[in-house]
Design a binder for this molecule. Structure first.
Ligand code: FDA
Length: 397
């Protein structure tokens, strides 16, 4: 059995792990990154439709959910979106803003992976892929790991950094392993659930909404005090699109979401103006001026609108407008980790140092990235948390 000694072993060659490795090795220590996957940064590769939404220009603590909303502040402030943008620019990677401050590579997400691998190689951080961690134990001065696969043997390290991500997309190797490591060392983990995920309907609602499957529109979706104005998509299973993915992180089973189908205008004023313009028009068709046609037809049917627009009283138009602005929908669930972009909850921030990500009661044990109970909005925020938390641990080790 081979034996090796490192200053720092990082579990997980994802966004946070590679960032941490580059900074930890830059400080002179011997650093090894272990991953069971065939290639590093697999989630980076598929992110942003293959273009990686690597950060957001408006990044700040407001865009994160956590048991302690203050926890992320320190790392986000010390390694900002502008620091990462600088790094991307230094590597000559072209990028653009798509919308709402979201920065994407012009060409390919693979360039971000290549950049991180290069940053690690430059400072001598080692990478061992296709390697399984079979056991972890506390040793006299650090940790002792048994590993199998491509790099088999015993590895000891002064510092152990857990960067194995969350449970989302098990098909890509997500295991929830980091939570088990936390439990092994007595580090508490908060309840985890799927985030940034489509919402689903029960059978009756699926049947009711079947005719508008595929319809997309802009909407403001709100729940539990949060609201997002972005695209909404009706699917054959339920609801999707950016506004729904965003609100899914706030939604809890049993709750309703409120959909404002016309966030940009006052529906009552608009409908009254249409009535004034041409009272002979069919009221259901008038709705089609304001909403996608299939959605308008469904709304007309469910609201019982028929006949000419001139025949609709103010009271009636007000009721229609109220429904368009405050449509309440009760999803039955989410699509779960199978399609979720992130895992909400995770390693309890109360048990970690906000400055270094080190476990307060286990010196030398660090948790970074998605495994921690810090979850960003859709739009590059989750990668920024990976970069910032990876940097915070890497520069402290
Ligand atoms: P990450 O999951 O990246 O890395 C964990 C690593 O640990 C993996 O390499 C894995 O193989 C390894 N690992 C896990 N268990 C292990 C074990 N037992 N043994 C050894 N290795 C193990 N965010 C964003 O900001 N912008 C975006 O565009 C997108 N897009 C996006 C698309 C899709 C489809 C998904 C699923 C997610 C996104 N995200 C995103 C979210 C983003 O991918 C996520 O927040 C980060 O990848 C988290 O980085 P980590 O390094 O913490 O985990």
């Amino acid at each position: 059995m081979t034996q090796a000694e490192f200053d720092t072993v990082i579990l997980g060659a994802g966004a946070a792990g590679m960032m941490c490795a580059a900074h930890a090795a830059a400080r002179g220590g011997r650093v090894l990154v272990l991953d069971h996957a065939k290639a590093p940064g697999e989630k980076i590769r598929i992110s942003g439709g293959g273009r990686c939404n690597f950060t957001n220009m408006h990044c700040g603590p407001h865009a994160f959910l956590s048991g302690n909303p203050h926890f992320a502040k320190s790392a986000l402030k010390r390694y900002t979106q502008w620091d990462f943008i600088d790094l991307v620019a230094r590597h000559g990677i072209a990028y653009h803003e798509k919308t709402l401050g979201q920065l994407f590579c012009d060409e390919s997400a693979k360039l971000i992976i290549a950049m991180l691998v290069e940053e690690m190689a430059k400072v001598g951080a080692e990478l061992a892929l296709q390697t399984e961690i079979t056991s972890i134990a506390k040793a006299e001065s650090g940790f002792r790991l048994e590993v199998a696969g491509a790099r088999r043997g015993v590895i000891s390290a002064r510092n152990l950094v857990v960067a194995t991500g969350g449970k989302s997309i098990p098909k890509m190797g997500a295991t929830g392993f980091g939570y088990r490591v936390a439990a092994q060392f007595g580090v508490p983990v908060t309840e985890t659930r799927a985030g940034l995920v489509p919402l689903t309907f029960d059978q009756d609602m699926k049947a009711e909404f079947a005719e508008i499957s595929g319809v997309a529109c802009e909407a403001e979706v709100s729940c539990a005090g949060a609201a997002f104005r972005e695209g909404l998509l009706f699917t054959h299973r339920g609801l999707s699109g950016p506004s729904i993915l965003q609100i899914s992180s706030y939604w809890r089973e049993g709750e309703e979401i409120t959909v404002n189908l016309l966030p940009e205008q006052d529906a009552f004023t608009a409908l009254r103006a249409k009535r004034q313009e041409n009272g002979r028009r069919d009221a259901a068709l008038v709705l089609g001026d304001l909403l996608p046609k299939r959605l308008a037809a469904k709304k007309a049917l469910s609201l019982g609108i028929s006949g000419k627009i001139a025949d609709q009283s103010d009271k009636r138009l007000r009721a229609v407008a109220e429904d368009l602005h405050r449509w309440r929908i009760k999803p039955i669930g989410t699509e779960g980790y199978r399609t979720a972009e992130v895992t909400l909850g995770g390693v309890d921030t109360d048990a970690l140092s906000a400055r270094t990500m080190e476990a307060r009661d286990v010196p030398g044990l660090f948790f970074i990235g998605e495994v921690v109970d810090v979850t960003g909005w859709l739009g590059g925020y989750n990668f920024q948390w990976a970069w910032s938390s990876g940097w915070a641990a890497g520069t402290e080790i």
